[in-house]
Design a binder for this molecule. Structure first.
Ligand code: NCD
Length: 333
């Protein structure tokens, strides 16, 4: 695996399967009374958030803490960044504190890449969402939820032949970009569905199908991933009215009934209930939104563990938890 995780394109199929397998192993810890492993004791993980986040920030914090790392949370609000401090000066401060990993969310596409390639810091950089570019750990946790629901979480398996439909604001979605890359790397067939105004220029070159209509693709989907309409990134009118959008691209119970019986509904959160998804669908047992969040902690534990090597050494390919077993045994209550 590479030293940093900036894009889903950084991961080969084997890297991604190794992360999913490691996460599966680590998820056992979540069910124990004592949820902590000593694996990253003495290592420092900095969460550097320049943009609002609930799920992702808490998830990375929980993941690092469950591996016994020291965690420093840094949010742009209330820091010197709001006084105009540059990314470079912030990075130099983190380096001076000895950060082994920096988890960064930033409104500008490319900020994590800049941090990783600048030489300002020596630790591993993990992209927790940059502008409209990428959000690779979200795609990993989505793949984790997909593999669990559709294939029982079987170790070593990918998503070959699974059909995943991603619906909504593709234009502004880093979740869509990372998922198209990662899910195709894992063998899935992806279709993106959106009105033409919410599709990026160049989408034809993406490794997926494109459709302007939702209804025809529903019966052929194993999973339908609904995206939030990202108003905070919109500077113009992209569709006539909310009602019109919901009518054409929202998932309600009638549409869900057109999906195959085994098919699931996914959402990265935060959800706009009544817009891209009705409350009835969001609260149905077919919707994996909450599972995605809980699996996300295990997936981020796996990413930090594999990038930082842990105290037990880098696991060999095919042995995702070499060295972890001992640590998890000791924790058995
Ligand atoms: C997504 C994000 O921030 O890109 N959410 C998340 O990470 N859980 C999607 C969104 O904000 O709609």
């Amino acid at each position: 695996m590479k030293h940093h995780l900036i894009s889903a394109a950084d991961l080969t199929r084997d890297d991604a399967v190794l992360i999913l397998d490691t996460a599966e192993e680590l998820s056992r810890v979540a069910g124990r009374p004592i949820k902590k492993l000593p694996t990253l004791r003495g290592r420092t993980v900095v969460n550097l958030f320049f943009e609002d986040s609930t799920r992702t920030r808490i998830s990375f914090e929980a993941a690092a803490k469950r591996l016994s790392a020291d965690v420093i949370n840094f949010s742009a609000k209330g820091s010197s960044v709001s006084k105009g401090e540059s990314l470079k000066d912030t990075a130099l401060t983190l380096e001076a504190m000895g950060a082994d990993a920096v988890v960064i969310r930033h409104p500008d596409s490319g900020a994590p890449h800049r941090l990783a390639t600048s030489g300002w810091i020596g630790g591993a950089v993990v992209n927790a969402g940059d502008g409209t570019h990428e959000h690779p750990t979200q795609a990993l946790l989505d793949a984790f939820a997909l593999r669990r629901r559709l294939a029982g979480g079987a170790l070593g398996t990918d998503l070959t032949g699974r059909r995943v439909t991603i619906v909504g604001d593709i234009l502004h979605s880093r979740v869509a970009r990372s998922n198209v890359r990662l899910l195709t790397t894992l063998g899935a067939q992806v279709t993106v569905v959106a009105p033409p105004t919410l599709l990026p220029v160049g989408v034809d070159a993406w490794p997926c199908e494109v459709s302007y209509a939702l209804d025809p693709v529903l019966p052929e989907s194993d999973a339908v991933m609904m995206l939030r309409v990202q108003r905070e990134r919109m500077n113009a009118a992209y569709f006539p009215t909310e009602r019109e959008y919901a009518r054409r691209y929202g998932l309600d119970a009638d549409r869900m009934a057109r999906m195959p019986g085994h098919a699931i509904v996914m959402h990265p959160g935060p959800m706009n209930r009544g817009m891209e998804i009705t409350a009835e669908v969001a609260d149905s047992p077919r919707c994996t939104a909450v599972e995605q969040v809980s699996g996300g902690v295990s997936v981020r534990m796996a990413v930090l563990y594999l990038l930082l090597g842990g105290t037990t050494g880098q696991p060999a390919p095919g042995q995702p938890t070499a060295g972890l077993e001992e640590a998890t045994q000791g924790n058995r209550a």
